[in-house]
Design a protein around this ligand. Structure first.
Ligand code: TYM
Length: 331
């Protein structure tokens, strides 16, 4: 069975973008791949997080993984820091990555261009840690939203370089980006990605949003003045985004949805999208509530850490031997 690995970094609550672009797909893939999914808590702290809030968001993220349908009997679910090998291999990867490569990473470049201050060294080198996350498990595929594709490609470049220098060590991973829902946009500015760090709650639906609040966000989503339902990314980006959300959640092709709603006004169409979103969130939140305060989360994390660590330890030992830093006879 081919291996697949992915993660989410819950700096804040998980969003509908995370759900559509990532989490929902993980659930779909768990039957056909050997899947490893973790919560990237080390990645979270590249930007300051209030500790008690972070703790809650991390626990919520695991509960939401399970509520969304990830099954610990089918896949391995864990917390990044429960497998210390990530940090060590992350450092080794940083020693095999050039600053020129990191300077080209769009996410970091954008932050530099916006002249954001207090950018940490951890944020700058975070693609190296992400490379370690992936390469430790010899993942063949990494399902991600479009914004993370570049980091998976860098991981591949680092792996190729490492294999050339030290001999065959890592499997070369490939990003898997879904056709529909790869980039969900902000509801009140469809030129920007829907994101928790956008500092704009109206444009972003959180998975744990009150259902009425979520409905209102969809109903007040920015559209256009054409007043005709069409799927046109260039001219009607707001509407296009609503079609993407609707199609991803319903599993119905956007063109079919267009036929179904042809002739309707934007208000009526938005109501259909809102019904679909609210329906999905209601089911998710119901399951989340059953999970979050039970002992399930702790049990899942303990088992997941054990399974993941066994794989990671073996790989890190191999890497240490290859690069010559391990001088023990046996390890
Ligand atoms: P993060 O936490 O920013 O996002 C988690 C996943 O959600 C996707 N995503 C979106 N997809 C569509 N539309 C959106 N608006 C949207 N917002 C987020 C992201 O593309 C991603 O797939 N560095 C990663 C976490 C990570 C990781 C890894 C991922 C750490 N190690 C190893 C894969 C493999 C991150 O910050 O994702």
């Amino acid at each position: 069975m081919e291996r697949m690995l992915s993660a989410i970094k819950p700096t804040g609550q998980l969003t509908l973008g995370n759900y559509i672009g990532a989490l929902k797909n993980f659930v779909k893939y768990q039957d056909d791949y050997e899947l490893y999914v973790f919560v990237a808590n080390l990645h979270c702290i590249t930007v300051f997080q209030e500790p008690s809030e972070l703790k809650k968001n991390l626990k919520d993220a695991i509960a939401l993984y399970l509520a969304a349908g990830l099954n610990p009997d089918k896949c391995t679910i864990f917390l990044q820091t429960d497998v210390k090998e990530h940090a060590e291999l992350g450092y080794i990867m940083a020693c095999n990555t050039y600053m020129g490569e990191l300077n080209r990473m769009t996410q970091f470049k954008e932050k530099m261009q916006k002249k954001e201050t207090a950018l940490t060294a951890g944020l700058y080198t975070y693609p190296c840690l992400m490379a370690a996350d992936i390469l430790l498990y010899d993942a063949d595929y990494v399902p991600v939203g479009e914004d993370q594709k570049q980091h998976v490609e860098l991981t591949r470049d680092i792996a190729i370089r490492f294999n050339n220098r030290y001999g065959e060590t890592f499997t070369l991973p490939q990003a898997l980006v879904a056709k529909v829902g790869k980039r969900i946009m902000s509801l009140n500015d469809p030129t920007k990605k829907m994101s928790k760090s956008e500092g704009n709650d109206k444009g972003c639906i959180y998975l744990l949003d009150d259902l009425n609040v979520a409905r209102k966000k969809i109903m007040s989503a920015v559209t256009d003045s054409y007043n005709e339902l069409k799927i046109d990314h260039e001219k009607q980006p707001g509407l296009y985004n609503l079609f993407e959300i609707y199609s991803s959640l319903s599993g119905i092709d956007p063109k079919e949805l267009l036929l179904k709603h042809k002739g309707q006004g934007y208000g009526e169409f938005k109501k259909a999208v809102a019904d679909c979103v609210v329906d999905e969130l209601a089911k998710l939140q119901e399951r989340y509530r059953q999970i979050v305060d039970s002992s399930i989360v702790e049990d899942v994390l303990q088992n997941g850490a054990q399974k993941a660590q066994a794989v990671a330890r073996k790989k890190l030992n191999k890497v240490e031997r290859k690069i010559g830093i391990n001088i023990h006879k046996r390890s």
